[in-house]
Design a protein. Structure first.
Lengths: 111, 112
């Protein structure tokens, strides 16, 4: 069945550090891939998405590239801020099936 | 409306009582989902409605949980004979295929 694996957290970084959160997936067919973010005390929000191989999703300085050959969708940001502290969820969706979420990775950015 | 609306935002109930949680999805979204999130935990899938197809109920944790979606729009999640382990934030989301979910702000359920 379909599944998503994310790096375990929590991840703690200093402000302006480079961020990578790894995400790999297993899926039949050609899924769409997503990153969602949940800021403290808030609901989940879609951060970015990519719907086919080699697509790059980007938003708020975050990027992720859909790599079919490595079945990965790693989230990156060149310089994190304290306001980026949140839980990040990788997810996939195949046609007309429910979205599968990874377990989430908690990020804390310290000044 | 502009977003997914859930009500109530908070619910405190006594153990053994039934509760109903409501979700108003974005108009035109064909898919509707219920998840729950316990404190500090990930997302647990509960049930999925897609158009007129039979719902995917594979995530419902027990027969105390049920959900319906009337007229392809509003959905109600019902928990009968609530238990303390049912305490969590119940999240509803709606979507069009491959566009990503829009989540509601959730209902925080506390069973005392």
């Amino acid at each position: 069945g379909n599944s998503v694996t994310q790096m375990e957290g929590p991840v703690t970084l200093s402000e302006e550090a480079f961020l990578t959160i790894n995400c790999t997936y297993t899926a039949t067919g050609y899924p769409s891939l997503f990153w969602y973010v949940q800021y403290p005390g808030e609901g989940l929000q879609l951060l970015l998405k990519a719907t086919k191989a080699d697509d790059k999703g980007s938003n708020k300085g975050f990027e992720a590239t859909y790599r079919k050959e490595t079945t990965s969708f790693h989230l990156e940001k060149g310089s994190v801020q304290v306001s980026d502290s949140a839980v990040y969820f990788c997810a996939l969706e195949t046609s007309y099936d429910k979205v599968i979420f990874g377990p989430g990775t908690s990020l804390s950015v310290i000044p | 409306g502009a977003g997914v609306s859930q009500s109530p935002s908070n619910k405190v109930t006594e153990k053994g009582k039934d509760v109903e949680l409501r979700c108003d999805p974005i108009s035109g979204h064909t898919a509707l989902y219920w998840y729950r999130q316990s404190l500090g935990q990930g997302l647990e899938f509960l049930i999925y409605f897609q158009g007129n197809s039979a719902p995917d109920k594979s995530g419902l944790p027990s027969d105390r949980f049920s959900a319906e979606r009337t007229g392809g729009s509003v959905s109600t999640l019902t928990i009968q004979r609530t238990q303390q382990e049912d305490s969590a934030v119940y999240l509803c989301a709606s979507s069009l295929p491959n566009y990503g979910y829009t989540f509601g702000s959730g209902t925080r359920l506390t069973v005392v």
